[in-house]
Structure formats: structure tokens, C-alpha cells
Design a protein around this ligand. Structure first.
Ligand code: FO1
Length: 325
């Protein structure tokens, strides 16, 4: 059997991509695979746009816009300037280099290629040796029921700047989705040693992935420790609407809520030092470090902490060869 990745990261959004980069740097080439949320995807100006796949691709390729965490670093906006002049919708910024990925993905999907295959080809062309796996080859769209009506994700997140109050989330197309063959092969491989849930928004970025039928069961059947990096630091999200949405959904924005939300899926947590006593009080398996990731060293430190906890839990479960929980 072809050698498979040692670690699977599960990621959505900018925060997830940051840890994916840290993991790719502490692991050898070809040792990491990233399962990416496609719930943020939408069709805009007739183009199939996959923001979370592109954020992981650009971040791992070292070409992402460093301050934004999405889009390209050295970018021009000739298309947008002309589009604005011609009255096209201009609320979603598409750089000239970024556009090529959207045009090519749209062309190749229309020609019948699977998103997983297109994504693997993009990774190869960008010199990325990490395997990037979409959570589904068929569309799954995150819809938000808000006080401004039902909104597609990018209309909520970008056009309305996360201002509407969220009442409920729906993942349209989830029931027709299935884990891909590539993911199933990776999860069944004896090479796999750990799964790391990145500090993405549990509701907006991770739940769409877990909504794919059979995916949660496939993760558990992998029999390796599943480590989650808490998306909150002392009850506050580093970036994005996590804490706001938790308030609107009527849950406390704290570690206890995250632990309850993930339930038996997660074997251990990486928490920030400010949440160490909360983690101890919850009686969970955990390790504490500074989880704010600003520098490359920060990302590598959180990656190391995740992998060390996974190794500790794997050793603890070793006699029976069963998973830690
Ligand atoms: N985010 C914004 O806040 N404003 C934008 O204009 C914008 C454009 C954009 C274009 C391509 C792309 O891949 C991502 C883009 N994003 C933009 C980020 C995107 O909305 C978010 O990163 C994810 O969907 C959140 O997980």
C-alpha cells in the first residue's frame, strides 16, 4: 500500500490553516494530510470559490497574504477595478492571481473532475507536499438562519461582516455527501498516528465537516488519538465570530462548552495557559501552552504540543492497542 500521512489535521478558516502550517513544518515532507471544510464554498460571478481550500493551499505554499490569512500576498486587482466600473458585485475581493485558481477550478469541475483530484493537482503545482483533502467531492453549503433571513456563508461572513444574529446553522447537501475514498484509505492506514482538530470555529468550520455522513465514525474507527486545539483563549476567540455566535446560539463561550460540543470525538485538548485550571476542573486529558499563533515558532509550538499529547495518549493506550477513549 502507498505510504500514507502520519497525521491528519482537520481545518477550516484562517486559524486552522495556521496550525496546518505549523504541523507541516514539524513533520517531515508527505507526513501531513489536511481535511478541509468546504461549507464556506459558494458560486460567485459564475465561479466555484472554495475559500478554506485556498487558504490552506496558499498558506502551505507560502504565498498567502500574511496579514489577511486568505488571498495572495503579491496581488493586483485589475479585474476588480474593471468589474466595479462595469457594475459587477464587488463586495468579495478577487485578486488577479487568485482568480486563476477560481477559473481553473470552475473549468475542471465543469469538465467532470472531482474536487479532490483538482485540489491534489493544485497542491502539486504550488509545490505543496501536504495532502489537501476536501471534506466532500459533492457540494455542502453552510447556511445561516439569522435575524436578516437565511444567508449563504460568504454573504454572512463578508458582505454583512458577521453582523446578523445567528439562530441556527444548516449544511445544505450534507445528506448526499460521503467521505472520499482518499480519506477512507488514509484513516484505515497503519501509518496514521494522530488526528489534530485545528482551532477553527467549531460551529462554522468543523461542524460542516462532521456533518458528512460516516465521517465522524470513520475518524473514530481510525483508532488513533484525536487531539483538539481549543479555539478559545479565556473565553475569547482569537479571530472571527466564534464567541459572538456562541452567545447567539445561547451557549457560554468557554472551554466547557467546546468540550461538551465535541463530546466523545476528542481524546485530549491543547489549551492556553489561561485555561489550565478550567481544563483541570473538567477532568479532561490536556496539555497547556501559549496557543495564540502569531509567529511561525508559535505555530510550531502548538503543533508540537498537539503531537506530544497524541503520543502520550497513544502510549497510555498501547497495551490493548485500542484508542485512548
Ligand atoms: N474575506 C473577507 O473578509 N473579505 C473578502 O473580500 C474576501 C475575499 C476572499 C476571496 C477568496 C478567498 O479564498 C477568501 C476570501 N475571503 C474574504 C476570506 C473568506 O471569506 C474566509 O477566509 C473564509 O471563508 C472563512 O473561513
Amino acid at each position: 500500500m502507498k505510504a500514507q500521512a502520519k497525521v491528519l489535521a482537520i481545518s477550516g478558516g484562517v486559524g486552522g490553516a495556521k496550525l496546518a502550517l505549523g504541523l507541516s513544518r514539524v513533520l517531515g515532507a508527505g507526513e501531513l494530510a489536511v481535511l478541509v471544510n468546504t461549507g464556506d464554498d459558494f458560486t460567485h460571478l459564475g465561479l466555484c470559490i472554495c475559500p478554506d481550500l485556498d487558504t490552506v493551499l496558499y498558506t502551505l505554499a507560502g504565498v498567502v497574504h500574511p496579514a489577511q490569512g486568505w488571498g495572495r500576498a503579491d496581488e493586483t486587482f485589475g479585474f476588480m477595478a474593471e468589474a466595479r466600473r462595469q457594475g459587477a458585485p464587488d463586495w468579495f475581493a478577487l485578486g488577479d492571481r487568485d482568480l486563476v485558481v477560481h477559473v481553473e477550478r470552475t473549468r475542471r469541475l465543469a469538465a467532470g473532475e472531482r474536487l479532490t483530484h483538482i485540489t491534489a493537482d493544485f497542491a502539486r503545482r504550488f509545490g505543496v507536499d501536504t495532502t489537501i483533502l476536501p471534506m466532500s467531492d459533492t457540494p455542502v453549503a453552510t447556511l445561516l438562519d439569522t435575524d436578516a433571513g437565511q444567508l449563504e456563508f460568504q454573504h454572512y461572513f463578508v458582505r454583512l461582516r458577521c453582523e446578523p444574529a445567528v439562530r441556527a446553522l444548516e449544511f445544505r447537501g450534507a445528506s448526499q455527501a460521503r467521505p472520499t475514498a482518499e480519506l477512507e484509505t488514509l484513516l484505515r492506514s497503519p501509518d496514521l498516528q494522530a488526528i489534530v482538530l485545528c482551532p477553527s470555529n467549531p460551529y462554522l468550520s468543523i461542524d460542516p465537516i462532521l456533518a458528512v455522513p460516516g465521517l465522524r465514525a470513520a475518524l473514530r474507527a481510525a483508532r488513533v488519538p484525536l487531539i483538539a486545539v481549543s479555539p478559545l483563549i479565556g473565553g475569547r476567540a482569537v479571530k472571527g465570530p466564534t464567541a459572538k455566535i456562541m452567545g447567539e446560539l445561547g451557549v457560554q463561550a468557554d472551554l466547557a462548552t467546546v468540550v461538551r460540543h465535541y463530546g466523545s470525538l476528542v481524546d485530549g485538548y491543547v489549551v492556553d495557559r489561561v485555561d489550565e485550571s478550567a481544563a483541570r476542573a473538567l477532568g479532561i486529558e490536556f496539555t497547556a501552552t501559549q496557543t495564540l499563533m502569531q509567529s511561525l515558532e508559535d505555530r510550531e509550538r502548538v503543533a508540537d504540543a498537539s503531537l506530544e499529547l497524541a503520543a502520550r495518549l497513544r502510549a497510555a493506550a498501547a497495551p490493548s492497542g485500542r484508542r485512548a477513549s
